[in-house]
Design a protein around this ligand. Structure first.
Ligand SMILES: Nc1ncnc2c1ncn2[C@@H]1O[C@H](COP(=O)(O)OP(=O)(O)OP(=O)(O)O)[C@@H](O)[C@H]1O
Length: 764
C-alpha cells in the first residue's frame, strides 16, 4: 500500500517542480538583464525588510505574468531560484548577496557564459554553484542523464571544498555528484562516475577517466566551470584542458572565475566562450586585495629568514598563522625543526605529497584551532579557512597573482586579517612589482628590529646533530629552495646569480648545516661583480618604509596603529590579548616570558647590508688550539657546537646556557687532547728518526761485513779491494770514517743504549 502512495507523492512533487520550472523559465526570460550591464548600487529600499516584502511581490507578480528585473536584486530570495535552492541558502545563513554574486548570478542564470573576477574571499563559489544547480534543476536532470556539469579546480583540496558547497546548496535536490579526488581510488570511481551528475575534479583526474574509464560519457554536458580559471588555463594544465575541451559538447554554458582573471584572448578562445559577460566587480576598486587586509613586507636576508619566522611565531602564540614556503622539503624541514624547538603553539604542515584524507584532517584541525600551518602553494588558492589571523610568506611568490591568492587566505568575506612577506634583498624587484600602481596592493614596508630577533641557528644545528635524518632533510631543503629560485620564470625577481657564495654558505649555516651542500645548477663564476654586489648592498641600506595610496579608512587605521618607530613584530604597547581583531598593534602579542633572545643590538640596516664573513664555513688552518674541526661519517665537517647535541638530552637541546657551558668544557677537553696529541706526535717523530738512523747504520755495517768476507779470485780481490776500499772506507782520506768503520760494532751498541735512555726519559 505504501508504494503507490509514495509513487503518488513523487508524481505530485514532479508536477510541482514542473510548475515551478515553467514559472522560473518565464521569469528568467522576462526579467533578464541586458548583456553587458551591471547591477545598480544597492539602494535604501533594498534593506532586509523591504527586500522580503519585494520578494513576495515579485512572486505574486510572476503569477500574474509580470516579472521583476532581477538584475537589480540584492538578496538571494529576490532571484528566480527554485524553492529548494532558496531554502538551502537560507539554512546556510546566506541572505544578502556579495558584489560578485549580484553581478554574475543574473547573467549566469539566464544561460550566458561568464568570465568573473572578484577579490579573494568575496563569494565566487556561490556565484557559480547556484547557476549549476539551477540549470540542472530546470533541465529536470536525473541520475540516468549522466554527467551534466563539470567543475574544474586546480587542486584536490579545493575540489573537495567546492563539492561541499554544492552538497549544501543542492541538498534538497536529487542530483548525484562528488569530488573526484584521489581518495577513493580510480577503480571505484570508474564504476560510479557515469552515474554522477556533477563532477568536481582536477583536470588531471578527469583526463585519466577519459583515458581509462570505459564508456565514460560527457556528451550531455550542460555546463562547464573553471574555478581559478587563470591557473587552469595556464601552461601547466594546457594539454589536459585541451583534451577535456575536445571531449565535451561545444554547445554548453561556460563559467570562468578567479580573483586574478586571465585576460588572454588566446586562453579564452581555447574554452570557446560565446559572447561572454566580463564581470570584474572590483576593477574600479583602489586595491586588488581585500579592504580589511593589512599587508606588510620586510627585507630579510636569506640567512635570517628562519630566525625571523621563529621570532614572529614566538610573539603570536595565540594566533592562527598560515606560513607559505616554496617547496615540500622546506615545509617538512621547518615544521620538523620548529616542532623540536617547541615554540609553544601547535604546529601543522601540509603539502601535496600527503594523502588526501590527511590533508582534509589537517585543514579541519587548522580551521578549529589556534595553530601554525606550514604549507606549500597547494593551499594558496581558493581554500576557505575561517579566521586565519596571519598569512606569512617566507619565500617569495612566483608572481603578483600568487601573492594575491596567498594573502587571500585571510581577511575573507568582510573579516579582518594581516599578512607579512619576507623578501630577500636580492628579490627587491618583487617589492617594486607589488608596490606598482597597477598591482593595487597597499603594502607597508617594515624594518625588522634586529635586537629583538632570536637567533636560532645554533639550536637548529644542535637538533640536526641529534636527529641525523633531519640533516639530510635540511640539505634537501637547502637545495630545493635554490632550485625553486633557479627554475622560476621571472628572472627580474629570481636570479640566483645575485646571491653570493657567502650568502649560500650563511643560509646553509642558518639551517644548521655544517657545510654548504653542493648546488650543481649554480656557478658562481657568473656571479655579479664585486661592484654590483656593493651596489645591491647600498640599495638595501636605502630601504625606507613606504605606503601606497589605499582606502582612506584603512589608511587611517594603519596610521593610527603604527607610529613611525613601531616594528610590526614588536608593538610599543604590548596587548595581552593577541587574538582580538583590532588595529595592527592589538594583534601583536607581547614577548613571551622566557623566550631567549641572543642578538647584539645592531641597527636595522646592518641586518640587511651586513657583509658576510667569507671564512664562515671554511676550515681555518690557523685555528686556535681546541677548535679542531670534527667530521661526520660522510666526511663533512661538523660544527663543534652542533656536535654537542649528541651529548645533551632532547629537553636540553634549546637551552643555550647549557650548550655554552658544555662547549667551554669541551674546549678544555680539546685543549688537553691537543697537548697530548702534540707530545705523541713529537715522540713518534723522534722514534722514526732514530729508526731511520739505525737502519742506515745497520746497512753500512752489513756492507762492511760483506767486503771482508769476499772470497773471489786474487786479481779480482785486489782490484775490488782497492777500488771498493777507496770508495767506501779504507784508503779514504777521511780517517774518522775509517775509524768509525773499525769501531762500527761498538758504536752501534752505544747508540742503541743512548736511544733507549732517551725513550725512557720521554716516557717519564
Ligand atoms: N552571500 C554570502 N553571505 C555570507 N557569506 C558568504 C556569502 N557568499 C560567500 N560567503 C562566504 O564567504 C567565504 C568566501 O567565499 P568563497 O570561498 O566563495 O570566496 P572566493 O571568492 O571563491 O575566494 P577565493 O578567491 O579565495 O577562492 C565563504 O566562507 C563563504 O561561505
Amino acid at each position: 500500500m505504501r508504494r503507490p502512495q509514495r509513487r503518488a507523492m513523487a508524481k505530485q512533487s514532479r508536477a510541482k517542480d514542473g510548475d515551478e520550472i515553467r514559472l522560473l523559465e518565464t521569469w528568467i526570460d522576462a526579467g533578464k538583464p541586458l548583456p553587458g550591464t551591471k547591477p545598480p548600487p544597492p539602494s535604501e529600499d533594498s534593506s532586509a525588510a523591504n527586500a522580503r516584502g519585494r520578494a513576495r511581490v515579485v512572486v505574486a507578480k510572476a503569477a500574474d505574468g509580470e516579472y521583476s528585473d532581477y538584475g537589480a536584486s540584492t538578496r538571494f530570495d529576490e532571484l528566480p531560484l527554485s524553492t529548494k535552492t532558496k531554502d538551502a541558502l537560507r539554512q546556510q545563513g546566506y541572505k544578502e548577496m556579495s558584489e560578485i554574486q549580484r553581478a554574475a548570478l543574473p547573467h549566469a542564470l539566464c544561460g550566458r557564459d561568464v568570465l568573473g573576477a572578484a577579490k579573494t574571499g568575496s563569494g565566487k563559489t556561490l556565484a557559480f554553484v547556484i547557476p549549476v544547480i539551477e540549470k540542472l534543476y530546470r533541465e529536470k536532470w536525473s541520475q540516468e542523464d549522466g554527467v551534466g556539469c563539470i567543475i574544474l579546480s586546480p587542486t584536490n583540496d579545493l575540489a573537495g571544498q567546492i563539492w561541499e558547497v554544492v552538497r549544501k546548496v543542492g541538498k534538497h535536490h536529487n542530483f548525484s555528484g562528488g569530488a573526484i579526488v584521489k581518495r577513493t581510488g580510480i577503480e571505484q570511481e570508474k564504476e560510479r562516475i557515469n552515474s554522477l551528475n556533477i563532477l568536481v575534479c582536477t583536470p588531471g583526474r578527469l583526463v585519466q577517466h577519459f583515458d581509462e574509464t570505459p564508456n565514460f560519457d560527457c556528451s550531455n554536458l550542460q555546463i562547464l566551470v573553471l574555478d581559478e580559471a587563470d591557473q587552469i588555463l595556464d601552461h601547466n594544465f594546457k594539454s589536459q584542458v585541451d583534451i577535456i575541451i575536445s571531449q565535451i559538447p561545444k554547445v554548453r554554458q561556460t563559467l570562468l572565475f578567479s580573483a586574478t582573471q586571465t585576460k588572454s584572448v588566446k586562453d579564452l578562445a581555447r574554452v570557446s566562450l560565446k559572447n561572454p559577460e566580463y564581470i570584474s566587480v572590483h576593477e574600479q576598486a583602489i586595491t586588488a586585495t581585500p579592504d580589511n587586509l593589512e599587508q606588510c613586507a620586510m627585507i630579510v636576508p636569506l640567512e635570517q629568514k628562519l630566525n625571523m619566522l621563529w621570532s614572529f611565531i614566538k610573539r603570536h602564540l595565540k594566533s592562527k598563522i598560515l606560513v607559505f614556503l616554496s617547496s615540500v622539503k622546506q615545509v617538512k624541514f621547518v615544521y620538523e625543526i620548529f616542532k623540536k624547538l617547541r615554540p609553544g603553539i601547535p604546529l601543522k604542515c601540509m603539502h601535496g605529497r600527503m594523502k588526501y584524507e590527511v590533508q582534509q584532517a589537517i585543514v579541519a584541525e587548522f580551521s578549529e584551532s589556534t595553530s601554525v600551518l606550514f604549507s606549500t602553494d597547494i593551499f594558496a588558492r581558493g581554500l576557505d579557512i575561517g579566521n586565519v589571523d596571519w598569512v606569512v610568506q617566507v619565500d617569495c611568490p612566483e608572481s603578483v597573482a600568487l601573492y594575491i591568492h596567498r594573502v587571500g587566505r585571510t581577511a575573507r568575506y568582510n573579516k579582518k586579517g594581516k599578512s607579512l612577506i619576507f623578501l630577500c634583498p636580492e628579490e627587491e624587484r618583487m617589492l617594486e612589482k607589488l608596490k606598482a600602481t597597477e598591482s593595487k596592493i597597499p603594502i607597508n614596508v617594515r624594518k625588522p628590529k634586529v635586537e629583538q630577533l632570536e637567533q636560532i641557528s645554533q639550536n637548529v644545528a644542535a637538533v640536526l646533530v641529534k636527529f641525523p635524518n633531519l640533516q639530510q632533510l635540511g640539505k634537501r631543503a637547502f637545495v630545493t629552495y635554490l632550485k625553486s629560485v633557479y627554475l622560476q620564470g621571472d628572472k627580474e625577481v629570481f636570479d640566483l646569480s645575485r646571491f653570493s657564495a657567502e650568502s649560500f654558505a650563511a643560509y646553509a649555516s642558518s639551517l644548521g648545516l655544517p657545510v654548504t651542500p653542493k648546488i650543481r645548477f649554480v656557478s658562481h663564476k657568473k656571479n655579479v661583480s664585486k661592484k654590483d654586489m656593493e651596489d645591491i648592498g647600498v640599495k638595501q641600506m636605502k630601504h625606507k618604509a613606504e605606503v601606497i595610496e589605499i582606502k582612506p579608512q584603512v589608511k587611517r587605521d594603519m596610521l593610527a596603529d603604527d607610529g613611525p618607530d613601531d616594528d610590526i613584530l614588536y608593538p610599543k604597547k604590548p596587548n595581552p590579548d593577541a587574538n582580538i581583531y583590532g588595529g595592527l598593534d592589538e594583534i601583536l602579542s607581547p614577548k613571551v616570558p622566557g623566550a631567549d633572545t641572543h642578538m647584539e643590538a645592531e641597527k636595522i640596516e646592518e641586518l640587511v647590508a651586513r657583509p658576510l664573513k667569507k671564512k664562515k664555513l671554511k676550515i681555518n688552518m690557523h685555528r686556535p688550539v681546541g677548535t679542531r674541526v670534527k667530521y661526520d661519517d660522510e666526511g663533512n665537517a661538523i660544527d663543534p657546537l652542533a656536535s654537542l647535541a649528541e651529548e645533551v638530552g632532547p629537553e636540553d637541546v634549546i637551552h643555550k646556557d647549557k650548550i655554552l657551558q658544555r662547549y667551554a668544557e669541551m674546549l678544555r677537553e680539546m685543549q688537553e687532547d691537543d697537548k697530548e696529541d702534540k707530545a705523541q706526535h713529537k715522540k713518534s717523530l723522534q722514534e722514526k728518526k732514530f729508526e731511520k738512523k739505525m737502519k742506515l747504520k745497520r746497512r753500512r755495517q752489513e756492507e762492511t761485513d760483506a767486503v771482508s768476507d769476499d772470497s773471489g779470485s786474487e786479481s779480482d780481490r785486489n782490484t775490488n779491494t782497492s777500488s771498493k776500499g777507496k770508495k767506501k772506507y779504507f784508503n779514504n782520506s777521511n780517517d774518522d770514517e775509517g775509524g768509525h768503520a773499525a769501531k762500527g760494532g761498538d758504536l752501534l751498541a752505544q747508540q742503541e743504549a743512548l736511544a733507549l735512555k732517551l725513550l725512557g726519559k720521554m716516557h717519564h
